[in-house]
Design a protein around this ligand. Structure first.
Ligand code: AMP
Length: 167
């Protein structure tokens, strides 16, 4: 369980670590792989969400998956990617959260994933929580914990034995 003080400070402004849907690069399952490659190259990310027309989260598309497909194409010609769809190579969404306050879950997921999609109760995409944004929040916590809380070390048994031997 996360310490209450830490949780309160990290959750102070959850919007600060959610990148809202309208600024998250995405593609649809019916887009061609050529289009997806262009989007990924333009934004410079390795992986972005795949959304349905009604903004439901459908999957993930990665540069690695497109490259894999490209290597199966005769001559590995990039223009051949226009014959394939995002749906052919997208991967299922492994982890997601439906509440940006689920800190324990988010922290656990972010150990392995660079970002976690945020959806509402109907699985409609709301944005992403990235490792970078949460690390900024943790950086703030590391520098400001003492501003809001008294942080004093507990006397460990060893330390108390040490101090009593000098008494
Ligand atoms: P960062 O922690 O900023 O490096 O982001 C981690 C990952 O989140 C990136 O590699 C992308 O896969 C994804 N990501 C971050 N920002 C965006 C964005 N604006 N649009 C789409 N994907 C993003």
């Amino acid at each position: 369980m996360i310490d209450t003080a830490v949780e309160q400070m990290l959750l102070k402004d959850t919007r600060s670590y959610v990148i809202p849907a309208d600024v998250v690069a995405n593609v649809t399952a019916s887009n061609t792989l050529e289009h997806a490659l262009m989007v990924l190259s333009k934004v410079g990310y390795n992986r972005i969400p795949v959304l349905a027309a009604d903004d439901h989260l459908q999957g993930m598309i990665s540069l690695a998956a497109i490259t894999d497909k490209l290597l199966q194409v005769p001559g590995a010609a990039v223009d051949q990617l226009s014959h394939y769809k995002v749906a052919d190579v997208m991967s299922p969404v492994g982890h997601w959260v439906n509440d940006p306050k689920k800190l324990e879950t988010i922290l656990n997921y972010l150990v392995d994933d660079p970002f976690i999609p945020l959806v509402d109760e109907d699985q409609v995409f709301q944005g992403i929580i990235t490792r970078r944004e949460l690390l900024k929040r943790i950086n703030y916590l590391a520098h400001n914990l003492h501003v809001n809380y008294d942080v004093t070390p507990k006397l460990t048994t060893e330390a108390s034995l040490h101090s009593s031997s000098h008494a």
